[in-house]
Design a protein around this ligand. Structure first.
Ligand code: COA
Length: 372
């Protein structure tokens, strides 16, 4: 038995949700470029969960259902208020609060397909309120209730800031949500599938997935990109800073990908959005610095930017706290996790691979009194 480090190249399941073939990402066969340019996030969630694009009336109903389920149980808000959130990373807060949502859902352990679909809707609706409530409570502010006639992206910004966002801001968040929604068998999605393949409940599946997304090699990279840009400070420091990272053999966050050979097809959309927003806020430093770094790393190492690289300057331009970047990724990827969880339940088999044992073999047991 031999192992493949990091399961690289291992095909672990069949799925009809998203695919990466020849550096093209599609959701249910629709190109990410078309979806990013044309779709609302709700349309994409519907697509991922139903494997078809909704017609107008299906979409209207779905949007209304999401908006109607966004509000959090008061107990979740009380819990968030009971912690000293100033010392808690929001990803830990969101992971805990999403898990807690399961305690307030009397259907949490009902495993029928229809019940799981309804829970998926409730979780997707509420995760955005969890992130925004966390953000406001730690600033000493009250959470803002969602508006039933606002779309998902607009409600996110409205609940975060307590004021109506500009159209360009809604467009940017919507695009980011669409681009991050699903990504084949990425680490957090695989985690979710492994968890529910034991026939554990849907809340356990998404909570496990949030834990996996939190890491800097996965969703946590976007926050680290902004940390790096801030550390660099001025554009003329960018190349020496990157050279120093190369010298120390440190990874550059937001660069490289396990699956794409010639670049992540999502990055260009966020790069464009980053440029557009830099004009709106009249601060092009972060965009220009990002371009400089991207070009240099491509030239020196052949490594292209991934989805996290330009999402950092996009979110920064929208005034979002840097430690909320990964929670925002969570809000979007929740839709993909839920799609994969429902797919896993539909055609389940326990996921239980083997390990190649490389430890000591056939040791002779030594009694306690004889051990050195
Ligand atoms: N910066 C510098 N070098 C990088 C790199 C990066 N971001 N990503 C990969 N490399 C180099 C590695 O050092 C390694 O070089 P070597 O063969 O000379 O040792 C080679 O490329 C392969 O890297 P490896 O870490 O084995 O690739 P992986 O497929 O296991 O990892 C990522 C993929 C995404 C985890 C990796 O590219 C990375 O850590 N990127 C930064 C974190 C990030 O942006 N994550 C979000 C992904 S969407």
């Amino acid at each position: 038995m031999t192992s493949t480090k990091g399961l690289e190249g291992v095909v672990a399941t069949q799925s009809s949700i998203s695919s990466i073939i020849d550096d093209q990402l599609t959701y249910v066969g629709y190109k990410i470029d078309d979806l990013a340019e044309n779709s609302s996030f709700e349309e994409v969630v519907y697509l991922l969960w139903n494997q078809k694009l909704p017609n107008k009336s299906e979409l209207d109903t779905f949007k209304a259902e999401l908006a109607a389920n966004m509000e959090l149980p008061g107990a979740i808000i009380d819990h968030l208020r009971s912690y000293d959130l100033s010392t808690v990373h929001p990803m830990a807060g969101v992971r805990t609060a999403v898990s807690l949502l399961g305690l307030y859902d009397d259907q949490a352990d009902v495993m029928e397909e229809q019940a799981n679909k309804q829970k998926a809707l409730r979780i997707q609706a509420k995760v955005s309120a969890v992130v925004t409530a966390f953000a406001r409570i730690r600033q000493g502010k009250d959470p803002v209730k969602p508006k039933k006639d606002y779309g998902y992206a607009k409600n996110f910004l409205y609940m975060l800031n307590g004021e109506d966002p500009k159209d360009i801001e809604v467009e940017a968040i919507n695009k980011a949500l669409v681009l991050h929604a699903d990504h084949e068998l990425n680490a957090s999605t695989f985690t979710a599938r492994v968890c529910v393949a034991t026939l554990s409940d849907i809340y356990s599946g998404v909570t496990a997935a949030i834990g996996a997304l939190k890491g800097p090699l996965h969703g946590g990279a976007n926050e680290r990109v902004m940390e790096m840009l801030t550390d660099i400070g001025e554009i003329e420091n960018a190349i020496p800073y990157i050279d120093e990272k190369f010298k120390n053999k440190e990874k550059i966050m937001g660069m490289g990908h396990r699956v794409y050979e010639n670049g992540d097809p999502r990055a260009k959309h966020l790069r464009r959005m980053s440029k557009e927003l830099s004009k709106v806020i009249r601060e092009d430093k972060w965009y220009n610095m990002s371009v400089k770094i991207e070009d240099y790393i491509k030239e020196q190492k052949g490594l292209p930017a991934n989805v996290d690289f330009y999402s950092a300057s996009v979110y920064h331009s929208l005034g979002i706290d840097h430690d909320l970047f990964t929670p925002l990724f969570t809000v979007s990827r929740m839709s993909g996790w839920l799609a994969h969880i429902l797919e896993q339940y539909n055609n389940n088999r326990l996921i239980r691979p083997r390990a190649e044992y490389v430890g000591p073999k056939t040791q002779k047991y030594i009694k306690m009194e004889d051990r050195k």
